[in-house]
Write a protein of this length. Structure first.
Length: 181
């Protein structure tokens, strides 16, 4: 378990499945997470996803739980670890609407960044975010991520085209921000 000020990152549990399915099928969440056709995931797919979680993989998934009442509020993951070049791609969602825009995302990112840089010895974290997702961009910039590129009109949502923004954070920048460098 990895702890921040408001949350802890813990393993996913089988009892998280129904709520996680509700979270990721929420159109407000789905529109920010995937470029795919917005089509609901089934319980069967979700159970298969849960069964695919293993410690022996290049994907690391955490459930996000609040300190104050141990509520499962979302998830974050490290995907596509490129060990040779030291680059990891991450994703995050705060599924519980009541917990969005209250600092839980920023606290989760801090714990996740520490895990990646200090436990996995990764040199760079990267992510992508859609241009309309202002809360996410604000959260990532506050965590030190910089915009590295804009992929124009890569995303089609609700009848419009939007840009996909590539953001990144280097270990040296992270250490500097923590006064560890
Ligand atoms: C993106 C996400 C993880 C951020 O987590 P969070 O807990 O909401 O983020 P935080 O509260 O730490 O920071 C968000 C900031 O954006 C601000 N914000 C909220 N809505 C906003 C808007 N429409 N425009 C600009 N800023 C906005 C918040 O007020 C907050 O800033 P503040 O702390 O200065 O007040 C969360 O909102 C989420 O899960 N969204 C849905 C899924 C998603 O977008 N995942 C990321 C895909 S790249």
């Amino acid at each position: 378990m990895y702890e921040g000020q408001k949350i802890r990152l813990r393993e996913y549990r089988v009892e998280d499945i129904p709520l996680r399915l509700t979270y990721i099928n929420d159109p407000e969440i789905a529109r920010n997470l995937t470029p795919e056709v917005p089509y609901p995931i089934t319980l069967h797919e979700e159970e298969k996803w849960f069964q695919s979680i293993t410690a022996i993989s290049d994907t690391y998934r955490f459930a996000i739980e609040t300190f104050e009442d141990n509520k499962f509020i979302g998830g974050c993951s490290i995907n596509d670890v490129d060990w040779k070049n030291g680059v990891a791609t991450i994703g995050i969602f705060i599924g519980s609407k009541d917990h969005r825009s209250k600092g839980y995302g920023t606290d989760t990112m801090k714990v996740l960044m520490n895990f990646i840089f200090m436990q996995m010895n990764i040199n760079k974290i990267r992510l992508s975010v859609y241009s309309y997702n202002e809360p996410a961009i604000k959260c990532y910039e506050r965590c030190g991520f910089k915009i590295e590129g804009v992929l124009r009109q890569e995303i089609y949502k609700d009848g419009k085209h939007y840009d996909k923004i590539a953001m990144g954070l280097l270990k040296e920048e992270y250490l500097h921000s923590q006064s560890l460098f």
